[in-house]
Design a protein around this ligand. Sequence first.
Ligand code: GTP
Ligand code: MG
Ligand code: ZN
Length: 307
Amino acid sequence: MKTGLVIQSTGKWYKVATDGNISDCRLRGKLRLDDKEVTNPVAVGDFVDVHYEDDKTGSITNIHQRKNYIPRQATHGRRGEQILVANIDQAWAVLSVRKPKLKTGFIDRFLVTCEAYEVNPGIIINKIDLAGKKDLNMLDDIHGLYKGLGYKIIFTSIEQPDTLVTLKQELSQKTSVFIGPSGVGKTSLLNAIDPSLNLAVGEISNYSNKGKHTTTFARLIKLKDGGYIADTPGIRELGLVNIEPYELSLFYPEMKKYRNDCKFYNCTHSHEPGCRVAEAFEEGLIHPDRYNSYLNILESLEVENRT
Ligand SMILES: Nc1nc2c(ncn2[C@@H]2O[C@H](COP(=O)(O)OP(=O)(O)OP(=O)(O)O)[C@@H](O)[C@H]2O)c(=O)[nH]1
Ligand SMILES: [Mg+2]
Ligand SMILES: [Zn+2]
């Protein structure tokens, strides 16, 4: 028996790294049934015990307790949640200025998930070489907004090596994950900071300006400077799971400090009288973009609760 780290998961098989050796493992039948809420019982980043069979493949006999994880809504219309990655020190939302165009809604949903699941978040905005003059002003505003809220935010371009220095430092000696839409350059950034990785990257469709889902499964990659990074397939949106509408403001740091002064304990800060959060917004203490994204997410949580 050995303990290893799950570095890749594709259907029934998992790649598990144990002291310098990588083996293909399956899950013991009994374990598979244990956790019905989750569509994938073992995730990339899990530490597992492996029992080796005669043919050198392994059976995963035990999953170690997770320090944390990032969930997403199960895909293909299945109920429940899927674990995108487990045991991480830092999660990065990766977006691009253009090709595909920046969507700040993605950032806020990502931050809510990280706050709710106690994962340390950061924001990467890539392809700044494509930014026009107007984009630069917008980027300035975004930088000010998120920095002001206490979040890490960095701008990168694979065409500009000096922009990659900070990123490299941030990733060094940690286990991190990149999460973002297809085509923003998640995999390209990894190749840029370590060309020996030589990972496959995709094109951007001229028609839609979107990526073509080049990375098709999550995998954990060992970095030259120490640490691991999980590269994940592009996702349009990080579906929120297990958050009640009235709890949402707990995950907006700038709202959290006002919510206890609302008249109703279960105030959703959308229409209720005596709402201190709405008042703070009127007073300019909460950024309109953030309040808007809050209302959008709130609505999607309420729709979910009704169905
Ligand atoms: N101009 C410019 N293009 C970039 C940059 N980074 C990546 N690209 C291009 O964007 C395209 C998509 O890059 P990928 O690294 O495959 O994107 P991804 O986010 O991994 O996409 P998925 O694996 O589909 O989720 C490639 O053609 C890259 O060359 C950048 O900083 N500037
Ligand atoms: Mg990729
Ligand atoms: Zn309120």
